[in-house]
Design a binder for this molecule. Structure first.
Ligand SMILES: [Zn+2]
Length: 87
């Protein structure tokens, strides 16, 4: 879950997902930059929280965060696969 400018990552969550969760979190930050604070807090963030509660990694909001992070990190991207799908 990401509430810019802060990125909260539960400790055990990070150990399980590794650095990829940090890249995913940065993807949410890029959404914040793309859509602006208003849309982020009232549209993107609530959808992201609901997707997390459903454990739905394929929610469009989550996938877009992965895609933005993937484009940003380039060859260093850890996005893709089961937990951080790109589509
Ligand atoms: Zn997310």
């Amino acid at each position: 879950m990401v509430v810019p400018p802060f990125v909260f990552v539960a400790r055990d969550y990070r150990e399980f997902y590794g650095e990829a969760i940090l890249q995913h979190g940065y993807g949410h930050y890029l959404q914040f930059r793309k859509y602006g604070a208003w849309k982020y807090y009232f549209s993107i963030a609530p959808k992201s929280i609901l997707a997390a509660l459903r454990k739905d990694d394929y929610d469009p909001v989550e996938v877009e965060a992965n895609q933005l992070a993937h484009a940003y990190f380039g060859e260093a991207s850890l996005m893709g696969g089961r937990y951080f799908p790109l589509r």
